[in-house]
Design a protein around this ligand. Structure first.
Ligand code: CTP
Ligand code: MG
Length: 587
């Protein structure tokens, strides 16, 4: 008899024959490339050393998204941010702060000065610290007397106190330079390990995650002046497992607790309700709230600079930089669906380590080649790219991750979420989702990702992670990715044909590069970037431009060229000063 889990998980039981291309793919190749599909344990054994650390976090990741959020938000309320001299005795610093209560953890980092993030064991310690903290003297510019948890600590006698002091150890808050990354990738022993190395370098650290929750908590302190029951929660890449060091901090001002009315008393002759201002729509309410909170952040928020109120956007927001934290913040309200999509991505990112490794690499690749941008515009966004990668992983045989509909089938009563009329129901308990039996290596997945999207029928098909199937496009946007919850929306509506064409051309070029390396046809010497490192080089993009490959047409040409390569690769491949091109593509 099938177990209950199996019945709940039809997607796990699906078995399709392994595709011929993938099976035969790793026949030749560099010795460092894995040549056969590995079992899960073998694959695990071949991963980069950093992976063990990430895998041991599985225990932590098994917590639900809401549990992690609640835990970290509570932790953030017991935490303070202190600007301090770089040369300071860590021991004396901790002893000084310990007078206010037990310290659970602390770390230093650099951003426009040296900062310490100090987590107390009790919230009361902060009040005790605030009691002995003075407001800035009048000899300085006039200060707005809003007392926050952002402090400055100075030395009483800087010349003597700092003289023989070494600077404190600072935790990294940003990614390494791309050239250093490329070098590091080259010393990995397989493409798979290159992807894990990139992820280890790029992913948010524990410290940076704490800082993100702390910034939410500091903004919550400001909003609480008007709405004492509100919470400010991070969403988007800061918490969906796909965040890169330096990514923006998306914050959600949650006022739901205020709106939640106690059940009407059945006894007694009266009803009592608040008198409140009424506005024509929820959107207008959000705009007004954000406008006031935006002004408060601008006027009272220590460290918050460049505050912009972008209230006419589809989702109104307040944007600013948190200078001490060193990242950009976007504050929204009435954005519950985005919170749910962050949870969905969190689930996908926590299911299998290959998911995050692939998404990080594809996101990095796209950024390096200007496919994505930090400026809003007609580009593919990181969010769209992530959904594309998830869709690709749903299409593997067997699938690496379940479809959204399959996650919905696993949902319990408490997972049911209908938000603004949209069904956002899916299982939140990771333990209910049976791990995939797919054992493909990231070598294969990366190469196939590029091949898959290099040949995807974007002109007629849409991407749908709810069904895990391509569907006919309901409207002619160049790229159509169905919003998983607000199903009538295309999350990539902004993308223009030209940008999509660049993505496709680069994907084809990269698929080709990886396939050639795999077949041992690489014309590059071993000292030159290979695998993922080669895909990050600017020459990849310039080769695309040189080749002037047109979609459709080019696809056929590449296929026939690849066929001819099989017959006589030495004639078709030209090593043009390290830049590889097909001889008849450069005209
Ligand atoms: N979002 C959405 N629909 C969109 C754009 C965004 O639902 N069309 C939601 C997603 O949950 C997304 C979050 O809003 O994760 C934040 O959006 P954004 O900051 O653009 O993307 P991130 O995933 O945070 O990626 P990045 O690192 O580029 O900020
Ligand atoms: Mg974001």
């Amino acid at each position: 008899m099938a177990s209950r889990l199996e019945l709940l998980l039809p997607w796990c039981r699906l078995r399709f024959p392994v595709s011929g291309t993938s099976q035969t793919r790793r026949a030749l190749g560099r010795p460092r490339l894995s040549q056969v599909r590995l079992s899960s344990t073998e694959a695990a054994a071949q991963r980069a050393p950093g992976r063990e650390e990430a895998d041991s976090k599985v225990g932590t990741r098994k917590k639900t998204f809401s549990e992690v959020q609640a835990e970290r938000l509570e932790q953030a309320q017991r935490t303070v941010l202190i600007n301090c001299p770089a040369k300071i005795s860590e021991k004396k610093f901790l002893t000084y702060l310990s007078h206010h209560g037990k310290i659970n953890s602390h770390y230093f980092y650099e951003s426009y000065g040296t900062y310490a993030v100090v987590e107390f064991s009790e919230k009361d310690s902060i009040a005790s610290l605030q009691d002995v903290t003075r407001t800035p003297g009048i000899e300085e510019e006039c200060a707005v007397p809003f007392k926050s948890r952002l402090f400055t600590l100075t030395l009483k006698n800087p010349s003597t106190q700092a003289a023989h002091q070494a600077p404190v150890h600072c935790h990294k808050q940003s990614t390494i330079l791309i050239n250093d990354l490329v070098q590091k990738l080259c010393s990995a022993d397989s493409v798979s390990n290159q992807l894990y190395t990139l992820m280890d370098e790029y992913q948010l650290t524990e410290e940076n995650t704490k800082l993100r929750f702390l910034v939410c908590s500091l903004i919550q302190d400001i909003a609480c002046a008007y709405f004492p029951e509100c919470t400010v929660k991070p969403f988007g890449s800061s918490v969906n497992t796909f965040g890169k060091l330096g990514c923006d901090l998306d914050m959600f001002l949650d006022l739901d607790e205020i709106g939640r009315s106690p059940t009407r008393a059945k006894t007694g002759p009266f009803y009592m309700e608040y008198q409140m201002k009424r506005v024509p729509s929820e959107r207008i309410a959000s705009q007004r709230i954000l406008s006031v909170i935006g002004d408060c952040i601008d006027n009272f928020g220590a460290g918050c600079v460049g505050v912009q109120k972008i209230l006419n956007a589809r989702c109104p927001l307040v944007r600013f930089s948190h200078q001490p934290a060193g990242f950009q913040c976007d504050l929204t309200t009435n954005n519950r669906v985005a919170m749910r999509s962050s949870e969905l991505l969190y689930i996908y990112g926590s299911l299998d380590s290959r998911v995050r490794a692939l998404v990080f690499s594809v996101r990095c690749w796209a950024r390096v080649h200007g496919i994505t941008s930090t400026i809003p515009g007609p580009w593919i966004t990181n969010f769209s790219l992530t959904i594309m990668a998830l869709f690709f992983l749903q299409k593997r045989t067997p699938p690496i991750i379940p479809t959204l509909d399959q996650l919905k089938d696993l949902a319990d009563a408490e997972d049911k979420h209908i938000i603004e009329g949209y069904d956002c129901t899916f299982a939140s308990n990771l333990n209910k989702i049976k791990p995939t039996e797919n054992t493909e290596t990231l070598d294969v997945l990366l190469s196939d990702f590029f091949e898959y999207f290099g040949n995807f029928a974007f002109n007629k098909n849409s991407i749908n992670i709810r069904k895990g199937k391509e569907q006919n496009k309901p409207e002619p946007s160049p790229l159509y990715i169905q919003n998983p919850f607000e199903r009538a929306l295309n999350i990539s509506k902004n993308v223009q044909e030209k940008q999509l064409d660049r993505f496709v051309a680069l994907a084809r070029e990269c698929a080709w590069i990886l396939q050639q390396e795999d077949k041992g046809h690489s014309s590059l010497s071993n000292s030159q970037p290979w695998g993922l490192a080669a895909l990050l080089l600017p020459s990849v993009a310039s080769n695309c431009v040189k080749g002037k490959k047109k979609r459709g047409q080019a696809s056929e040409r590449i296929k026939s060229l690849l066929d001819s390569l099989k017959i006589n690769n030495s004639e078709s491949l030209v090593n043009n000063g390290g830049k590889r091109t097909f001889s008849n593509q450069t005209q």
